[in-house]
Ligand binder design. Structure first.
Ligand SMILES: Cc1ncc(COP(=O)(O)O)c(C=O)c1O
Length: 439
């Protein structure tokens, strides 16, 4: 502590204290000052996951049953996978649900089961996890990358401008939990005569104008890997109202020797044979389904916490002139598990470093030093030996926006103090950036 004027808690303004402009600002931790926090920022890979005793018990019961394969002598309503799918249908109001081995396989199944011909272009945005283009490739298609706008939503104007008849589907991503503009996209897709699939992996449970993400396009895919609203370490599922698509996805996922019938207990499946399609073994197992079934009963609590934390942080930082917080396409149309903002008039790389020194696990999306798989120029599997600058030039708008973006994970386990620390740290760094004009 260097003097009375400095905030005692390094960046947090105590109740009743003078506004920032009138006190001597705290020295940034990156410059040798006291960090806002020293406790590790809560993330799933540090064990900060929302699994309670009931979830553990449910999983143990499945382990003790010794019945681990989803298809055996039992009827669907007697199995963990069958019950999980039934719970998903109820929760999402979807006609069909299929549990899968991962989000990536669920995405690929959507394309394959919809009959998108191998070799087609599938449009998806340039800001997504590498799994989205990977799933397109897994389905035998080629990703056609589209720009994002300043709020990191798929830029429909760019897609319209560069449209080609070789594009046979749109795979839109609700990236970092923020809903894409589904109304505009589905209108556009209808005009072009192609289906829209939703990569709802980052947005499990989030809604857009009262509709759950993942239920708006022809089919939606989700992951239950660790960093998601439902966490089983691995796994995923797809949702659709299209019975033929569902039936084909069931077979492709590995339901052989009549097991397709298992998924249509009330009548004949809408496809005649399950031997016309290859079997990819993209199934879920009973142990994982048991864990997820238990977690699903408390999903709403977790979603409420995400929203509450996010709203609190966004409201408190909303007025800061040094940052522009990512805006949703409609009120509340986000999950709330990531806080993303653009840094205005300062260097986002420096800003991120300063936040990390304050104890906040921030990530600079445009960073050239980490191998962030969310930015398209790191997808060597698409661009081979092409140099980074040339790849970035393919989507100059997306590159420019990502070069200013800071991304902070907001676990549903965040407590009030964590939120306060985050707000204090961003304010502290923003004020320093404003003073120094750090560019
Ligand atoms: C946007 C997006 N799509 C797809 C996936 C793939 O999910 P999984 O890891 O279950 O294959 C991820 C994983 O985090 C993701 O973030």
């Amino acid at each position: 502590m260097t003097g009375q004027e400095e905030y005692p808690t390094a960046g947090r303004r105590p109740r009743g204290a003078a506004p920032l402009a009138r006190v001597r600002p705290a020295r940034l931790a990156v410059d040798g000052g006291i960090p806002v926090r020293t406790a590790p920022w809560p993330t799933y890979d540090k064990g900060a996951v929302d699994v309670d005793r009931r979830d553990e018990e449910a999983t143990l019961q499945a382990v003790r049953s010794h019945l681990y394969f989803r298809y055996d002598y039992r009827a669907p309503h007697e199995t963990e996978c069958g019950r999980f799918e039934s719970q998903l249908r109820d929760y999402f109001g979807s006609k069909h649900a299929l549990a899968t081995s991962s989000g990536t396989t669920a995405l690929a199944l959507c394309l394959m089961a919809a009959g998108i011909p191998p070799g087609s272009l599938v449009a998806c945005q340039g800001f997504t996890f590498a799994a989205t283009p990977s799933a397109i490739i897994l389905a035998g298609c080629t990703p056609f990358l589209v720009e994002v706008d300043e709020n990191l939503h798929l830029d429909l104007n760019d897609l319209r401008r560069r449209w080609t008849p070789a594009i046979k589907a749109i795979m839109v991503v609700h990236m970092r939990g923020f809903a894409a503009d589904m109304d505009a996209l589905t209108d556009f897709a209808a005009e072009m005569g192609v289906p829209v699939f939703e990569d709802a992996v980052p947005a499990l449970g989030a809604e857009l104008r009262g509709r759950k993400l993942g239920t708006i396009g022809l089919a939606g895919a989700f992951s239950t890997q660790s960093d998601k609203s439902l966490n089983a370490g691995e796994g995923g599922f797809l949702l659709t109202d299209d019975s033929e698509l569902y039936a084909r996805a069931v077979v492709l996922s590995g339901a052989y020797e009549g097991r397709l019938r298992w998924h249509f207990p009330d009548g004949d499946p809408p496809i005649a044979t399950d031997l016309d399609l290859p079997l990819f073994s993209f199934r879920m197992d009973e142990i994982r389904a048991a864990l997820l079934r238990s977690e699903l009963t408390r999903l709403q609590l977790r979603l409420d916490r995400f929203h509450a934390n996010y709203s609190r942080v966004a409201a408190e930082l909303g007025g800061l002139p040094q940052i522009a917080i990512r805006q949703p396409v409609a009120a509340g149309a986000y999950l709330g598990e990531a806080f993303i903002f653009r840094v205005l008039g300062a260097d986002a790389k420096w800003f991120t470093r300063a936040l990390r020194a304050e104890g906040i696990e921030a990530r600079f999306l445009g960073c050239d030093e980490d191998h962030n798989v969310r930015v398209f120029w790191n997808w060597r599997f698409m661009y081979g030996s092409m140099d980074v600058a040339s790849v970035q030039a393919l989507l100059p708008g997306t590159t420019a926006y990502l070069m200013h973006c800071v991304d902070i994970p907001l676990s549903s386990t965040l407590c009030g103090q964590d939120c306060e620390d985050l707000v204090g740290a961003v304010r502290k760094v923003a004020c320093a950036a404003g003073r120094a004009g750090r560019g």
